[in-house]
Ligand binder design. Structure first.
Ligand SMILES: Nc1nc2c(ncn2[C@@H]2O[C@H](COP(=O)(O)OP(=O)(O)OP(=O)(O)O)[C@@H](O)[C@H]2O)c(=O)[nH]1
Ligand SMILES: [Mg+2]
Length: 216
């Protein structure tokens, strides 16, 4: 475990310390399998939280959002759900990351964290067989037809998993330009439905393949 120093500019004098903390955090992210993004329940998601969480996401790491100091919050029914919504609204690219509400002070739910870390690490290094992957791709194509543009329709020939940490899939298509972001997002959502992959980013690499070549 690497415990990074807090990143918050408290005064001008601390600017260098802050820069150093950021560099150390980036190095820690690189070395990690799973990153816990610690949020102070009193403050909510800060700009710096967003930046650091973004780095973990870009680095393809497993991510868990940990809201600490939950003991200090006045709770009513629905408080937890409200918090979750607010967090996902601010960290919109992290909706795959589970959120856990803990108190380091009282120990509330801290024991649950370790199962979560193990699970997210597993999801981050998940392998999907080519045959199962293509079943899911074919089903996805049948539910929502690939898009057309200027009279040309996107054709998805097949896919295969290229690497893990994070799960990265290569998808072979007739024309890269037709593989719009919205369809990519749809496919990733279908993958998540079928494979779980909770707490891990998922990547798709699109490759073009000649249609005639494909028919042989
Ligand atoms: N009420 C409450 N206070 C907490 C909790 N966790 C930490 N604190 C308090 O928050 C303050 C900061 O705690 P630290 O553990 O030093 O926080 P940190 O984020 O590691 O700080 P740096 O390592 O300096 O960046 C201390 O006064 C703690 O007692 C919690 O779950 N509940
Ligand atoms: Mg500390």
């Amino acid at each position: 475990m690497i415990d990074t120093a807090g990143i918050r500019r408290k005064s001008k004098v601390n600017e260098n310390i802050e820069k150093y903390s950021v560099i150390r955090s980036l190095l820690a992210i690189e070395r990690a399998n799973v990153c816990l993004v610690m949020i102070d329940a009193n403050e909510g998601v800060t700009e710096q939280d967003t930046k650091i969480a973004g780095e973990a996401h870009e680095a393809g790491k497993g991510i868990i959002i940990v809201v600490n100091k939950w003991d200090e919050i006045d709770k009513e029914t629905g408080t937890l759900e409200k918090y979750k919504k607010e967090i996902y609204a601010k960290l919109s690219y992290l909706t795959y990351a589970p959120i856990i509400f803990i108190s380091a002070k009282t120990g509330q739910r801290v024991d649950k964290l370790f199962d979560m870390i193990n699970n997210v690490a597993k999801q981050n290094s998940m392998r999907v067989s080519t045959s199962v992957l293509n079943e899911v791709i074919n089903e996805a194509i049948a539910i929502v037809q690939p898009p057309t543009d200027k009279g040309k329709r996107l054709k998805i020939f097949y896919g295969t998993q290229a690497s893990t940490k994070p799960p990265t899939f290569v998808i072979f298509v007739n024309n890269k330009e037709l593989f719009h972001f919205s369809y990519e997002r749809y496919l990733i959502n279908q993958f998540r439905k079928e494979f779980g992959m909770q707490g891990t980013p998922v990547r798709i690499i699109v490759r073009e393949k000649n249609e005639k070549e494909e028919k042989i």
